[in-house]
Every structure is written in C-alpha cells, then in structure tokens.
Design a binder for this molecule. Structure first.
Ligand code: DGT
Ligand code: CA
Ligand code: CA
Ligand code: ZN
Length: 588
C-alpha cells in the first residue's frame, strides 16, 4: 500500500475505535499517526519503511510502526479486520451517511437503540432523532436525505453516460493555461462497461487554479475533497470524479497507476520488484543496494518516462492498451510481444441489427440509410422485429416481404452510396424454433436470432433453446446472448460456454450488442473464446439514427475482449460480406 492509502487506513482505525467508545488517547494515536505520515515526502516515507526506522518520526510509536509495516508489505492488517468484526455492521454503515460521525452514532445507539440504517430511517421519520440532544430538525432532515441518496450514490454508472460527462471536462482541463497534459484514467479509460467514479490526471505546476476550475463545473453538487494535489466532486445524479494534479515528469507514472486496474498494477509492481526496481504512481526507481553514493543518488532520481510506452519499455514490455489492463494475462502477452492490434472504430465498414419505423424504431428506412451513409458505411443491415414481438410492433410475413421490396427498390435507385442489407431480428420462440418459416427466411440476406420472451426458463432449457436456434440453417448471427440490461435487469440464465461452442460448430456469428446498456456478449466471454475461431459482429441495435454511433461502446468492449479486425465480421468490405452471405445461402 502507498503512503496515502495507509494514512487513510489509520484514520479509519481511529474512527472505528471512537465508535467503540475507546480511550480518546488511543484514538488520537491513530489520527496523529495518519497526519504524521501524510506530512512525510513519499520517498522519505518509503525509505523509512524499508529501513524499519519509522519510529524516528514524531507521533509514530512501536505499535503503529509495525502496523504500517504490515500494511505497506501486504496491503492488509489483521488488527483492522478484527476491529471491524467487533462492531455491529449497521453502525459502520452509518458512518457513510453525511452528517453522522462516531459520537452521533453512539448517541443514536444509546438513546434510541438504533443499530441499522433501516432503524435509523424509521427513527428519523418518527421524529425521534430531532428531539435528541445535539441533533435537531435540520440534522434529522440531513440524515434522511443522506439515506435516500445513498443508493443513487453507491450505484455504478454506464460507460457511455460517464463518458458524456468526462469528455468535456478533459477537453476543458487541456485548455487551461496551467495545464500541460490531461487524461481520463480509471475504469473509464479501460473501457469497462460500468464505472464507479471518474478519474482525471493532470500535469501542471500549480494545483489550486486547476482544482478551482474542476470544482466549478456545471452539475457539481458537492465538492467532497479539495486540497494538496487532489480534488473530488459529486455531480447531480451521484456520479463522483477525482482529479489529481502531478508535476510533468510524474505524469506518465500517475496516468498508468490511476488507469489501473488494481490487478494490473499489482502485477506490474511485482514485475518491477523482480527486476530490482520499484514502480509507483510517482516513478520507477532502482531499489537501494550496492554502488557509489553518486550511483545511489542517480537511482533515487528515478528513471524518466515521457509516456506510458516508456514505462512498459523500461520493464521489458510491449505497450499494453488500457482496455487490456485487467490483470488477465496482458503482461505475459506483452513480454512475448504478442499484444494484438485491437479492432478500432475506423475499421467498421457497416453494421447489422438495426430497426426502423416498421417495428419499434423511430426513423424510417431512408433516414437510417442516409445516417449510415453520413458515417461512411458501405452497408446497413435492417433487422426489424419478427411477428411474435408484438410489444415491439414486430413485422408479419406480409409486412416483412413489403419491407424487402422497399429495400430492393432503394438499392436499385442508387440514391445512397450505402447498400442496405435485408434481414430480420427473428424471435427465438420458447422451444427454440424460429418465428418465421424457412422459405421466408431464405429470401433475406441474413437472419439475427434473439430471445425476447420466457426469460425465466431454467438454465439448461434456455441453453438448449438458444443452441437449437443456432443450429437452424438460416441463422446468421445470435443477438444479445444474455439479455442483460446493465444496472437494470439481470441476464437470463444461460450457459455461455455451451452457446459459444454451438456458434463455432454451426458457423454462426455472435453479436456484440453495442447498446451501452447491453454490451452483450460480455467481453469476458470474448476473451475466453479467443483463438477458437468465433466471429463477432459489433451491432448498434439502433432504434434511431443517433443510435448508430453506439458502435463506439461496442468497439470498446470488443477491445476489452482482445478482438482484432479479423475477428469482427463487420470490418469486412461489402464485397466480402456479399460473398460470405451468398455462400452461406448456397451451401445450405
Ligand atoms: P471504478 O472507479 O470502481 O469503476 O474502478 P477504477 O479502476 O477506476 O478504480 P478507482 O477509481 O478506485 O481507482 C483508479 C485506479 O487507481 C485503479 O484502477 C487502480 C489505482 N488504484 C486505486 N487504489 C489502488 C490500490 O489500493 N492499489 C493499487 N495497486 N492500485 C490502486
Ligand atoms: Ca474510477
Ligand atoms: Ca477514483
Ligand atoms: Zn434489436
């Protein structure tokens, strides 16, 4: 653990001891210890720890010094685990409600026998909290609001929505006169499907003006921390953001550290240690050891890195794109020089799975085609819902045939450079059969099959149902494998591994549904299927012209799944697509 993290743990221990109504001197020992190490320079701190001479610092005694050593070495502390276990969890939880500290929580416990957030909420609603000594109406109201917001605040946020907030901020940071470089870090930069909070890293010599600008962004509801080289804010709706300002020579190291993931960082640090170096958010330093004084001094300077590429190079690694930094084998691959060239947004030549006003879309065929042409796409696949999806105004056979004629006429008119491909998003019925007859499906360019009903089937029933649909000779690709809606609805139960096997065996593509709420099939499954020949189609599942842009989120997830251009069918030019779909039809 780093100095700052250890200081936070010591502060937490102080708070927990206070909550246990322990001797105030004992409490103060921890809070004072936290302040004492916060006051040390990072390098000084690291040196004292490695030399085992922390006790020379005023405010740090024998007991504290050994706890700091344990935290520094292992990132854990048995004492803290035991302390936590000795306190009712409801009381610890209450600490996270704004306006509630240990003293107030003790009073609530003593006077109202409140031991959980639910009981506290009830006590507030009954007005029993306001009448307590030292509380009052205002405090009671604040506690209630805090409880109500707790859920919203603890929620994660969709990558797409977080990106909308983050992009203007990073652009604004770059435009500040004090700022050299500014980047988004954290899970957002890694392209994770949901985001806990936003992280920004800035290179600047002064923090204050940058932090002030950051705290003044529209939508900032509360500045939760400001000082030193950091600032944290919370926006309306609960999204939080951390800003860290570092000197230019530390920028690459800070960016790498705060991009994470934690697992990736742990492995990188270990690799540095194995090579006699120490990697942190501040730099890469040769470990102390033999040598002349001058050599030692040079080592202490740390090795310069102008950018992240240089950091990886210093550790004998090829550059690892942020999306791969999940501690899932990327370091081993980089060591072997086997980091793939990941698929990029610009590689896409078209998309399948889109809707029009014929089913539940809000733009017409022509509007959708014009939008695809504006994006420079060679083809646009239309896959409106099938007849069983009545809630989505699914097309009957007649209407689908009508749409097919309309598409043929539009292509023949050569009004647009983009070629429209005629498909369907055909429901997989509960027994695994398809919603349209073979003879009708055979007239289309391609067929996407999706589950839109009977979500509560058992896993083995659902799995065989989907596999049966994949075995259908007309099936081109499987839509949204799991049916999940991120942060809204759980996936239905399905054995993804078996579905993947069936897709490979039947030469069926699996979609990566690019809707930011879906990102389905999940990148972790793509990663596991790597090298087995499974093909992906990154599909926006657009219901209007703007939705076509959602492919960006899909490309992100595809990159997290280690997919290259070759793995993604819709990077192929129209000619190749026509050949592929034509061959598929003839062979069957
Ligand atoms: P999130 O915000 O929950 O979606 O996920 P992240 O990855 O953005 O996590 P966050 O914001 O807590 O921290 C940003 C990065 O900073 C994280 O990915 C890795 C680094 N980091 C934070 N805490 C630790 C830690 O305790 N140990 C290590 N090795 N790295 C950490
Ligand atoms: Ca974060
Ligand atoms: Ca953060
Ligand atoms: Zn759809």
């Amino acid at each position: 653990m780093t100095k700052t993290e250890i200081a936070d743990v010591l502060t937490e221990i102080g708070t927990l001891l206070e909550l246990r109504a322990e001797n105030p001197f004992k409490v103060r020992a921890y809070t004072a210890g936290a302040r004492a190490i916060e006051g040390l320079e990072n390098e000084e701190f690291e040196k004292l720890v490695s030399e085992g001479s922390l006790r020379s610092v005023k405010g740090i005694g024998e007991a504290l010094s050994s706890k700091i050593g344990e935290l520094h070495a292992t990132g854990r502390l048995e004492f803290l685990d035991k302390l936590k276990a000795s306190i009712e969890p409801g009381l610890v939880e209450m600490l996270r409600i704004p306006g509630l500290g240990p003293k107030k929580i003790i009073a609530l416990r003593r006077d109202l026998a409140v031991t959980s957030v639910a009981e506290l909420e009830k006590a507030c609603k009954d007005g029993r909290v306001a009448v307590l000594d030292g509380f009052g109406e205002k405090t009671q109201e604040k506690i209630l609001t805090g409880i109500r917001n707790r859920e919203a605040y603890s929620r994660r946020h969709l990558w797409w929505q977080a990106m909308q907030v983050a992009e203007p901020i990073v652009a604004g940071l770059r435009a500040l006169p004090q700022v050299g470089q500014a980047e988004i870090a954290g899970s957002l930069r890694r392209g994770l499907e949901t985001i806990g909070d936003l992280d920004f890293i800035v290179a600047a010599d002064e923090t204050a003006p940058v932090a002030d600008w950051f705290a003044g962004r529209p939508g900032v509801q509360e500045v939760t921390a400001k000082g030193g080289t950091k600032a944290s804010v919370r926006f309306d709706g609960g999204l939080q953001a951390d800003l860290r300002v570092v000197p230019a020579h530390q920028f690459a190291f800070a960016l790498h550290h705060f991009t994470g993931s934690k697992d990736h960082n742990v492995q990188m640090r270990q690799r540095a240690l194995d090579q006699g170096m120490s990697l942190s958010e501040w730099g890469l330093v040769k470990s102390a050891g033999e040598g002349t004084a001058r050599e030692k001094a040079e080592r202490k300077e740390g090795m310069p890195a102008a950018d992240e590429k240089a950091i990886f190079r210093l550790l004998g690694l090829a550059y690892i794109p942020p999306e791969l930094r999940e501690g899932m084998g990327e370091i081993e691959a980089a060591e072997r020089g086997e980091i793939p060239r990941l698929v990029e947004l610009a590689d896409l030549r078209g998309v399948f799975h889109n809707h029009t006003t014929a089913s539940d879309g809000s733009n017409t065929l022509r509007e959708m085609t014009a939008a695809a042409e504006a994006l420079g796409w060679e083809y646009l696949g239309i896959a409106d819902h099938s007849k069983s999806s009545r809630q989505a105004n699914g097309l009957t056979e007649e209407r689908l045939l009508g749409q097919l004629k309309e598409i043929e006429a539009l292509n023949a008119s050569r009004k647009f450079k983009t070629r429209v491909l005629a498909g369907t998003e055909c429901d997989i019925l509960p027994d695994g059969s398809l919603d349209f007859e073979d003879s009708l499906l055979a007239r289309l360019d391609y067929v996407v099959v999706s589950v839109h009903s009977a979500f509560s089937q058992d896993e083995d029933v659902m799995t065989s149902r989907i596999i049966r649909a994949l075995e259908h000779p007309r099936t081109t690709m499987l839509g949204h494998l799991s049916g999940r809606l991120l942060l809204e609805r759980e996936a239905y139960r399905v054995d993804a591994g078996k579905v993947i096997d069936a897709a490979i065996a039947n030469d069926v593509v699996i979609e990566l549904n690019a809707n930011p709420l879906r990102l389905d099939m999940d990148w972790r499954h793509w990663r596991r299927a790597l090298g087995r020949g499974l093909k992906c189609s990154i599909n926006p599942d657009a219901h209007n012209t703007e939705d076509l842009q959602l492919v960006r989120a899909g490309v992100n997830s595809a990159r997290k799944g280690w997919l290259t251009r070759d793995d993604v069918v819709n990077t192929r030019p129209l000619k190749a697509i026509e050949g592929w779909l034509g061959k598929k039809r003839v062979r069957r």
